[in-house]
Design a protein around this ligand. Structure first.
Ligand SMILES: Nc1nc2c(ncn2[C@@H]2O[C@H](COP(=O)(O)OP(=O)(O)OP(=O)(O)O)[C@@H](O)[C@H]2O)c(=O)[nH]1
Ligand SMILES: [Mg+2]
Length: 255
């Protein structure tokens, strides 16, 4: 595996709570900021693992996997780049249907991967022939229902379009697995294109429609919701404890 650079975010150790006097202990905001900092540092370790031309050819992985799914052009690849604070890890493009392959990225501190991010090709791209669309739906459904390593799904939705029919189908497919513990995060992307009140409105509508899982506004451009989303992914992969380096590092070494 190619050597990986450590996150600049990880160079300054966090303050040790034990050494802080009680009256200056971080409040909830400081604790949240600290969790997000650790989660972003963890995500920054992301590196290319492997690529598969089609979902059927995706090799099995032993690590918990988080799949980024959604309509073509919704912003999946851009979100992966933003969350990992890397400019060209995933291929983002103005041209819908840019991601054709499934790309897997390993993530983990101290050069030990403990999770996998999967950038999946988008669906619903108008120029794709109907048969290819149906086939994709079948293969995608199969992946979402049977992939053993799948720990969580990040569904990226352009809030200006709301949940499309294919998004609803996808949610229906995964609902039984979500009920059994599969994690779900719906990210309403490109929120920089919405006013504050439009954002609040679409958030409440999609929360009702999604029926389970978290729904959040996200903007790669304005960096809105990035820390929160990072912390959510960290928690999915490390359900045992809080995202603090004091607890995170020994656990990763043990694995
Ligand atoms: N304004 C704005 N544009 C964004 C944001 N995120 C992504 N985009 C743009 O949306 C377009 C599509 O982004 P991608 O990340 O390639 O989308 P994708 O979902 O990976 O697309 P496919 O690979 O085709 O499925 C690009 O032009 C991005 O620059 C955002 O937060 N704000
Ligand atoms: Mg893409």
């Amino acid at each position: 595996m190619a050597p990986r650079s450590e996150s600049p975010l990880m160079t300054t150790p966090p303050p040790k709570p034990a050494s802080s006097p009680a009256h200056v202990r971080p409040g909830p905001d400081a604790a949240t900021a600290e969790r997000e900092r650790v989660a972003l540092g963890w995500l920054h370790t992301a590196h290319f693992l492997t690529s598969a031309p089609q979902l059927e050819h995706l090799p099995p992985v032993d690590l918990p996997e988080i799949a980024f799914v959604g309509r073509s052009n919704a912003g999946k690849s851009t979100a992966i780049n933003t969350l990992t604070q890397q400019t060209r890890l995933a291929f983002a493009s103005k041209t819908p249907g840019r991601t054709q392959h499934i790309n897997l990225f390993g993530v983990g501190k101290q050069k030990v991967d403990d999770g996998v991010l999967a950038d999946l090709p988008g669906y619903g791209y108008a120029a794709v022939p109907k048969e290819a669309k149906l086939r994709w739906q079948r293969v995608m459904g199969n992946y979402l229902m049977t992939r053993e390593s799948l720990r969580g799904v990040v569904l990226m939705v352009d809030p200006r379009q709301g949940l499309t029919e294919l998004d609803e189908i996808l949610l229906d497919v995964i609902r039984p697995r979500v009920a059994e513990g599969l994690k779900l995060l719906v990210l309403l992307t490109k929120s920089d294109k919405l006013t504050r009140s439009e954002g609040a409105k679409v958030l409440s509508i999609v929360r009702l429609q999604a029926g389970g899982g978290e729904v959040k506004l996200f903007s790669a451009l304005k960096k809105q919701g990035v820390g929160e989303a990072a912390e959510t992914l960290w928690r999915w992969i490390h359900p045992e404890g809080p995202a603090t380096e004091q607890t995170a590092e020994p656990r990763i070494q043990e694995e």
